[in-house]
Design a protein around this ligand. Structure first.
Ligand code: C5P
Length: 292
């Protein structure tokens, strides 16, 4: 095999709690993570020529070591003593700086792709360790499906598959910096926290209504204070028949769950024109049914 094509799927958080601050500058979190089917596409081709040549469909995206795809490929070349180099094509559809772990998903897909392309015998645990050094969400993006994430986000407990639902993702035209949101977060100002155990019980029961009632993200108020449009979009999603709606990660993407494609599409059309949103996608949840 000289070439491989991999999907890099986005994630949403149906619950996000910040439980403490760590000495390494990161925060200890408790989150429910869910993979969705909106994806980037990565093609990796073996080359006799040394080095990594990365191209993407977005002219503004850095294609050097600032890009996690580049760094993931470099890590695998170094860790596995790969002789030649690679040509990588990255087709991005997942909005960037959006709270959807797009960069981490690309990074995870590159690690998985390099392992397959070169037939490397490396267990998932080791791949996830390499991933962890590149970004806190990368181990989950390797595992995928539904999981409880703790620590920085790297301590993962798989959960049963999420109930099937359509997912509308709307990213308002603002870029949110995750470090800035974490910096402005204050425990003293948290009014409501997610009941993670209750959400896990609802996931086990396949109870989407219960999940929606329990959804909570402690970073939402921080980002909404800066960008009130986020709560306007949430309200519109609910008015257009969402079972539940919330901001993902540190934002600004808002997601909504819809029980039919038609309902989701009506909401998409309204929100796209009302808020002048270009980055809006109707997708579904992804469940890997235990496969890595
Ligand atoms: O690991 P990653 O580069 O994705 O994290 C981006 C930023 O988000 C970190 O530099 C940090 O400011 C913040 N972060 C945090 N605690 C976490 C995860 C991320 O403070 N558990």
């Amino acid at each position: 095999m000289d070439r491989i094509n991999i999907f890099a799927r986005a994630k949403i958080n149906t619950a996000l709690d910040v439980v403490g601050k760590r000495e390494d500058g990161y925060h200890d979190l408790r989150m429910i993570m869910q993979t969705v089917n909106l994806c980037d596409n990565i093609t990796i081709s073996k080359s006799k020529e040394k080095g990594i040549r990365l191209q993407s469909n977005l002219s503004w995206l850095p294609c050097d070591s600032r890009n996690l795809v580049y760094r993931a490929a470099q890590e695998m070349i170094d860790a596995c003593g790969i002789k030649g180099g690679v040509d990588i094509e990255l087709k991005k559809r997942i909005p960037a700086a959006a709270g959807l772990a797009g960069g981490s998903a690309d990074c995870a897909a590159t690690l998985i792709g390099m392992r397959s392309l070169y037939g490397i015998n490396m267990p998932n645990e080791q791949l996830m360790k390499i991933g962890e050094s590149l970004g806190a969400d990368v181990p989950f993006c390797i595992m995928r499906g539904t999981a409880l994430a703790e620590g920085k986000g790297e301590i993962l407990t798989p959960l049963p598959p999420f109930p099937d639902t359509f997912v509308l993702l709307a990213k308002p035209p603002i870029n949110v910096s995750t470090p800035v949101i974490f910096k402005e977060f204050s425990q003293a100002e948290v009014k409501e926290r997610p009941d993670i155990e209750k959400m896990i019980a609802y996931i086990k029961q396949g109870d989407l209504k219960g999940i929606c009632e329990t959804m909570c993200n402690v970073l939402e108020t921080v980002t909404v204070n800066k960008y009130p449009v986020i709560s306007d979009i949430k309200r519109s999603m609910m008015e257009y028949g969402a079972d539940g709606s919330m901001m993902s990660g540190s934002g600004p993407t808002v997601f909504g769950f819809y029980d039919s494609y038609e309902k989701g599409l009506e909401a998409l059309k309204f929100i796209r024109s009302r808020y002048h949103i270009k980055e809006i996608h109707l997708t579904t949840v992804f469940n890997n049914k235990g496969k890595m």
